[in-house]
Design a protein around this ligand. Structure first.
Ligand code: ACO
Length: 401
């Protein structure tokens, strides 16, 4: 491994690496990915085991603290998060400033950024205790804000957190409850959502996490840094792909139209890509997609739903995996390919999918942000460039041009 800082100090040379395809921007002990083997570990634990046996609160604790919690530690952590689920009433008024048909990710960028105007007692980033409180607040309030964004979009009043429920059950109730009726939390749905949250919790230095780190490297307000991460996640090449993937599958409609879309994806003159396919790091398979592929069948079966889009997805995967174009370029389904089928069966509209990704990824963002701030060698992120513009020239007054 070349330490570029030493190379630069010795020679003045620096690397040109558009898209950071081969540049490590930091050292991290949180998440390990082996893209060739399809391995994803959080603090050493395989994602498959965490998705199967753990809970999102437990994984959140693990990402933040480095170790799985004891029973007592988990209870204490869950209680702390629960205590922070409410948002300031003035923050609730922010929503009224948005059009009801606004994309909920647009609302998330604005409202989460606005948290920085409220919690002044947790913004001294040099104080570990304040950093911890900011982290807890973010993890706790994001579900409340996400649920409010949904309720606002459908014209219903906000539902307050009910703190005897689990993190995920509370979120589902805040999102779907009608205040006039008692809301029954469906354990099948809560389990499926918890699994989806675990699978999205962290993914080392992806674009949105790098955005959070870069924003945070200047010492910026933590709530504003997470809003920056949300903005980056929204793009269709990143978290926005879950929405785009389901829209694509619905557009394909029936398996007989798959070849037409495969042909488009292979055509260099057509900007169309198979959404939910391909990954910068996974060149074998995305282990999260494997878990979700299995979960999609289980959840739809348990909910008694039969969505033809799942058949289209499975058929598309089979055809693509046998196609030399996808084989040569090592393009496999990623986490976004099957998640939409499950989220749609649960009742989320497609424009909420990326919001759910943001909710889960918040824990990864805050863990990575904390790791960066606590690193004594941390520097402001400041990439270099290769200048390609004009050479020096003299100014010409406008009447002489
Ligand atoms: N469909 C068709 N062709 C593709 C696809 C795709 N989904 N993905 C990549 N390719 C092709 C590219 O056209 C390129 O071909 P070329 O070498 O002939 O020019 C080659 O594969 C490599 O693609 P790059 O864009 O250079 O690969 P990169 O690592 O930069 O991109 C990315 C990865 C952005 C995920 C890409 O595969 C993509 O756009 N996929 C669709 C969007 C998506 O599903 N994003 C979610 C990613 S996971 C996440 O963020 C949670």
């Amino acid at each position: 491994v070349i330490d570029i800082r030493k190379l630069y100090a010795a020679t003045g040379a620096f690397t040109f690496d558009p898209g950071f395809t081969s540049t490590a921007s930091c050292e991290s002990a949180i998440t390990y990915i082996d893209g060739d083997e399809g391995v994803l570990l959080h603090r050493g634990y395989p994602i498959e085991q965490l998705a199967e046996q753990s809970s999102f609160m437990e994984v959140s604790y693990l990402l933040l603290n480095g170790e799985l919690p004891s029973k007592g530690e988990l209870e204490k952590f869950s209680n702390t998060i629960t205590r922070h689920t409410m948002v300031h009433e003035q923050l609730a008024q922010f929503f009224r400033g948005f059009r009801r048909d606004a994309h909920p990710m647009a609302i998330m960028c604005g409202v989460v950024g606005a948290l920085s105007a409220f919690y002044h007692d947790s913004t001294d980033i040099n104080d570990p205790q304040q950093r911890l409180i900011a982290s807890h607040r973010l993890i706790a309030k994001i579900p409340t804000i996400a649920a409010m964004a949904y309720q606002y979009s459908v014209g219903r009043p906000f539902v307050f957190p009910k703190n005897d429920l689990s993190y995920t059950a509370n979120f589902m109730r805040m999102t779907f409850a009608n205040p006039a009726e008692e809301y029954e939390v469906d354990p099948i749905v809560v389990d499926a959502m918890d699994k989806i949250f675990i699978l999205h919790a962290d993914h080392e230095q992806n674009a949105s996490t790098s955005t959070v780190r870069l924003a945070g490297s200047s010492g910026a307000n933590p709530f504003a840094c997470i809003a920056a991460g949300i903005a980056c996640l929204w793009g269709p090449a990143h978290g926005g792909a879950n929405e785009a993937a389901l829209n694509m599958l619905r557009e394909i409609g029936t398996p007989d139209r798959i070849p037409e879309f495969i042909a488009r994806a292979k055509n260099k003159d057509d900007p169309f890509r198979l959404m939910g396919f391909g990954h910068r790091v996974y060149k074998n398979f995305d282990p999260r997609a494997k878990v979700l592929s299995k979960a999609a069948t289980e959840v739809l079966d348990k909910l008694g739903k039969n969505d033809p889009v799942l058949d289209t997805a499975r058929e598309l995967e089979q055809i693509a995996l046998k196609d030399p174009y996808f084989i040569d370029k090592k393009l496999y389904p990623n986490v976004d390919f099957y998640s939409g089928v499950i989220l749609s069966a649960i009742g989320f509209p497609t424009n909420m999918f990326t919001v759910l990704f943001a909710l889960a990824r918040t824990v990864g963002w805050v863990a990575q942000w904390n790791e960066m701030i606590s690193d004594p060698g941390q520097k402001i992120g400041r990439p270099r460039q290769l200048y390609t513009g004009a050479t020096q020239r003299d100014y010409v007054p406008v009447d002489k041009r």
